[in-house]
Design a protein around this ligand. Structure first.
Ligand SMILES: C[S@@+](CC[C@H](N)C(=O)[O-])C[C@H]1O[C@@H](n2cnc3c(N)ncnc32)[C@H](O)[C@@H]1O
Length: 279
């Protein structure tokens, strides 16, 4: 059964950014403290991308997509998605925390492109699923505070709406897939998953996150720092409540091994509502 989802207009709050002394910055739109972001050095460097560079990147994404679709990992992933999607109706897919594709750090760029092509293939798999969908099309959204104008152009070229206001949680319904490749769990548990019951969520390991918090709570400490974010005792308790509620009635499996770039996806888990508990 779906838990009550939040009211869209009342839930939005102005995002805030906090610079940290260790060279990272924090961005949040929740009441909770901001969550850790990428180094300020990359943020402050406003790379100007020419149309030519953007076109080159679009072609690169297309190449990655083709390569991804020839991988064993994609074959396993597509079987999982096709079998799962027989029993559910998905209206939206939202991609959170992908990183910018317009970075001079090649390793980051590669990871983000691999993660993007997984997102693109996910929407293709669901759109071509044999299940009758009536006239509904799947809407695609993405949220990433580091997106540049060129990122937006690339995402829009795939029909993805970029959420400029960092108000992703207001788009979450029970018929959504949340795809959050390595988005910090502090953001997932304080903001994205609070009072939400998505049909599928692909993210970091939520159980591991809860175990870390519970250890701190049991030690009796009044607060602790996780992923560069300080949480007080109440915030930690609230994260545990959100995480435990999310895990009720869910199955989870590891994302299949990606043989072409082991680090791009390793550590992600796929959470689904158990059949019979699906809206
Ligand atoms: C740990 S990095 C992961 C980046 C990339 N997916 C990867 O695996 O290399 C987390 C990303 O989440 C983004 N982020 C931070 N706050 C966010 C928010 N509220 N919504 C969406 N993305 C956010 C950061 O800008 C950063 O790129």
């Amino acid at each position: 059964m779906a838990r009550k989802t939040s009211n869209r207009s009342s839930a939005w709050q102005k995002p805030s950014t906090v610079d940290l002394s260790d060279g990272w910055s924090l961005v949040t739109n929740s009441k909770a403290r901001a969550a850790r972001l990428t180094p300020l050095t990359s943020l402050s460097k406003k790379e100007e991308w020419s149309e030519e560079q953007t076109a080159k990147l679009i072609a690169e994404v297309a190449d990655y997509l083709e390569t991804w679709k020839s991988s064993d990992c994609f074959r396993t992933f597509s079987k999982m998605i096709q079998s799962w999607s027989q029993d559910v109706t998905i209206d939206n897919i939202i991609c959170l925390g992908l990183g910018s594709l317009c970075t001079s750090i090649n390793q980051h760029k590669r990871r983000s492109i691999w993660q993007l092509v997984v997102f693109l293939s996910l929407s293709e798999l669901l759109s071509t699923s044999p299940k009758p969908r009536g006239n509904r099309t799947i809407k695609l959204y993405a949220q990433e505070p580091r997106f540049t104008a060129a990122d937006r152009t690339i995402f829009q070229s795939y029909g993805i709406t970029v959420l400029e206001n960092l108000d992703a949680r207001n788009y979450i319904t029970p018929n959504i897939i949340i795809y959050a490749p390595f988005l910090q769990w502090t953001i997932m548990l304080q903001d994205i998953l609070r009072d939400q019951n998505p049909a599928m969520c692909i993210s970091l390991n939520i159980r591991d996150a809860l175990d870390q918090i519970v250890i701190k709570l049991k030690s009796g400490c009044s607060g602790a720092s996780f992923e560069g974010t300080s949480l007080g005792r109440r915030e930690m308790e609230s994260c545990v409540t959100v995480g435990e509620a999310f895990l009720v009635g869910r199955e989870d499996v590891e994302f299949p091994d990606f043989e072409l770039d082991a680090n791009a996806l390793r550590g992600l888990r796929i959470y689904t509502k158990v059949v019979g508990d699906v809206d």
